[in-house]
Design a protein. Structure first.
Length: 208
């Protein structure tokens, strides 16, 4: 192919590049369309590093406080040291805090309230490639592709939005195609799909 490319005239080289681009683009969009519905009704938010949680101990205000979840996924509170919080929902963490406090006080009753949301890395939504502002986002129940695109400011002028790939880690890294350009530039609501925790959107650059 390289020798063939060198033998072409300058004018034909652009045609050659265009043909290759079409072939590559066709391969890139060979994934099945993403399912419209994806959210699970049983979903519970899981705590991650960077979250903040309020620990409320009934009848023990001196033990109640707001604490951050450290980068290692653990929290430290009065009478509770280095307790793993990452990957747990608020109810599970409350029961774990009760067990720790039970070593010092009788029958503690604890409520945990999550007050800032980042979530574990495995559940964050990642947007890479030709997004206006590539970034990671905390997953929210019933979050859609449109919600994600609003958060990242849409796509660049060089994006091939309709060739976007959705990598779904929750389905064993299965790949789907999504029509970002139809959704945000043409207002085609049929292109809007629900996201799942851990989804990765890969927005390629257009060849033209």
């Amino acid at each position: 192919m390289v020798s063939l490319y060198k033998g072409l005239t300058a004018a034909l080289r652009w045609v050659f590049i265009g043909v290759v681009a079409v072939v590559v683009s066709g391969c890139a969009t060979g994934n099945p369309p993403a399912p419209t519905s994806a959210a699970s009704p049983e979903y519970n938010y899981l705590i991650g590093p960077g979250d903040s949680v309020d620990i409320v101990v009934w009848r023990n205000p001196e033990l109640s406080m707001s604490v951050p979840v450290r980068p290692d996924g653990k929290i430290t509170a009065p009478l509770v040291e280095d307790l793993l919080a990452m990957g747990k929902d608020a109810t599970t963490l409350a029961r774990d805090v009760e067990k720790e406090l039970g070593k010092f006080i009788r029958d503690p009753v604890v409520t945990v309230v999550v007050t800032s949301f980042v979530g574990p890395y495995s559940e964050q939504i990642r947007v890479v490639g030709e997004a206006a502002e590539p970034q990671t986002l905390p997953y929210k129940q019933k979050m859609t592709l449109l919600d994600v695109m609003i958060a990242v400011g849409g796509v660049t002028d060089f994006a091939d939005g309709n060739a976007t790939t959705l990598l779904r880690t929750a389905d064993g890294d299965k790949q789907y195609s999504v029509r970002v350009s139809d959704l945000i530039k043409r207002g085609d609501v049929s292109a809007n799909v629900e996201m799942k925790p851990g989804d990765v959107l890969i927005i390629p650059r257009s060849w033209f």
